[in-house]
Design a protein around this ligand. Sequence first.
Ligand code: ATR
Length: 292
Amino acid sequence: MIEIKGTTRVCGLIGNPVGHSISPLIHNTLAEMCHVDMAYVTFQVEKNQVKEAATGAYALNILGLNVTVPHKQKVLDSLVDVDPLAKAIGAVNTLVRTEDGFKGYNTDILGLQRELEDEGISLAGQKVIILGAGGASRAIAFLCAKEGAAVVYLLNRTVVKAQQIADDVNLHFNKECVVPLAIDAYDKIPGDGYVTIQTSSVGLYPNCDQAVIEDETFYKKVEVGVDIIYNPVKTKFMELVEHQGKSAYNGLKMLLYQGISAFELWNDMHVSTQEAAVVYEKMKRELGINEA
Ligand code: ATR
C-alpha cells in the first residue's frame, strides 16, 4: 500500500465514466515499486466542466492528469502547450505540470509505439493497413506517417471518415501516404506483407465472435496483426491472422505503456522492462486474463 503523507503528490484521471479504469492500479503499483511519493485517483468530470477541472487541478498543485473519454479533445482548450504529435492528432490523454500550466501529450500513441517496439514491429518503410476510422485510428495513422510508413491503407465502413483522416495526415506531413478505402474494398490493396492494425469496435466483448473483415483472402495480405482491443484477450481478428500462420497481438501492452509513458513524463524517470512486466502481470490478474 502507498503511504499517504503531507508530501504525497496527486495524479489522477478525468473522464466520464471513470469507475472502470485500470489506471489507478497501473500508477499506484508503479509509485510503490519505484518509490515515488505519489497517489493516483479518479475524478468524474461532467462535459461542461472540463476547463474548471483542469484549472482547478493545476491550482491544487496536482502533478499530472490522464484524460479519457469524452474529454480528450475538449481539454485542449485548457492547456498552455501541446506536444506537436498530440496537436496534429487533435487529442491528448496526459497532462503534465509545467511552470505556467498543463502541457498535453498523447501517450495512447506512445503506448502503441512501445508495444510495436516490444514485439519487434517497425513502421519505417512498412506497408500498413488500419481497420476503422475513429479516434484511435486517427492517432495511429499519424504515428504511421511520422514513423515513415511506405503506405497506409485506411479502411472504414463509413468511407468519408477514412477520407477525412487521410486528408488530415497527408496534409500534415505533405505526402500522399494514407489511402482511404471502404471496408469491403480490400481487394484493391495490392500484394501482401502488411502490418495490420485493427481499431474498430467490432469484436469487442460481448461480441467476441465477430471481426470487421471475416473473409480469409483478406488475411493473406497480413504479415502481422495488432488489435487494440484487449477484451477478449484473443479477438476474432487475431484468430483469423493466426489461422494464416502469422503473429497477432492484443491491445493490453498498449494500455500498459500508455500508463507507463504518462508516469515517466510526470516523474521524469524511466520505468524498466522488469518493472513494466510486474505491472503487466498485475493488470492481467485484475482483468481476469489468463494468457498462455
Ligand atoms: P475510437 O474512438 O475508440 O477509435 P470510435 O470512434 O467509436 O472508436 O470508432 C469505432 C470504429 O469502429 C469506427 O471506425 C466504426 O465505423 P464507422 O465509422 O463506419 O461507424 C467501426 N465500427 C463500429 N461498428 C462497426 C460495424 N458493425 N461494422 C463496421 N465497422 C464498425
